[in-house]
Design a protein around this ligand. Sequence first.
Ligand code: GUN
Length: 293
Amino acid sequence: MQLIDGKKISLLLQEQIAKEVKELIAAEKKQPHLAAILVGNDGGSETYVAAKIKACENVGFKSTLIKHPDYVTEEKLLQSVIDLNNNPDIDGFIVQLPLPRHINEHKIIETILPSKDVDGFHPINVGRMVLNLPCYVSATPFGIVQLLEKYNIETKGKHCVVLGRSHIVGSPMSILLAKNTALGNCTVTLCHSKTENLIEHTRKADIIICALGSPEFLKADMVKDGAVVIDVGTTRVESTETKSGFKLKGDVKFDEVAPKCSFITPVPGGVGPMTIASLIKNTLLAAKKEIYR
Ligand code: GUN
């Protein structure tokens, strides 16, 4: 069994990006600038956004954090998005999800300019991704594809089972892996809460992408010997073992599944850091106007 070290690969990618930023600045080009909008004080969202801002510092990007209370009106939040759309210094920005229930998430995302939507959540970017056109690919699926590539994990002709059909992970992941591209060509089964006999699917999978947000869902008897297991789960659970009082739990019962795998990602230190590296990479593409001119 080989552990997939997402933290290491993420830092390597960030080093490469930092080098490119130095070159841009030496050539008197604009310093890339990422903004993040954070609504409310959900602990998980605060941690993720702080990590994204820290990564900007690491690579030499400018960053701006815009915070709103959880009672912010939809109108005010939309205005925040429009201001960032119109700000020429901002290359790309994200609105951290989930948003409070009184806010229409789709309306917010559809207001982001596709050329600044470095999360790749806007319908234009999703549609372009499906059609193999230049676009921002959403950060978590993009990070997973890069991990598979770095570890030379063959996808062509393999049977991949994706667990979970979220717009952020499961659904785009299933599309990327099925594409007729070097990092695709999988036969994909997308499983969700209404799937019957789930175990019959997972037991046949060469690659399992577990993105349910259900701690320790995937057990050893659900996995065949030699499978590749990618754990996207990051549920915060209370813990007396950490200073913060929380720890992250993945969707995979790691101790019993890992010995059966050829490759597996840990939580933390697997997919999470790659999401951040991919967002940074998308922001660099935005600053260089490589996707939208
Ligand atoms: N919430 C969970 N993952 C993400 C992400 O990749 N981007 C944003 N904006 N919100 C998220």
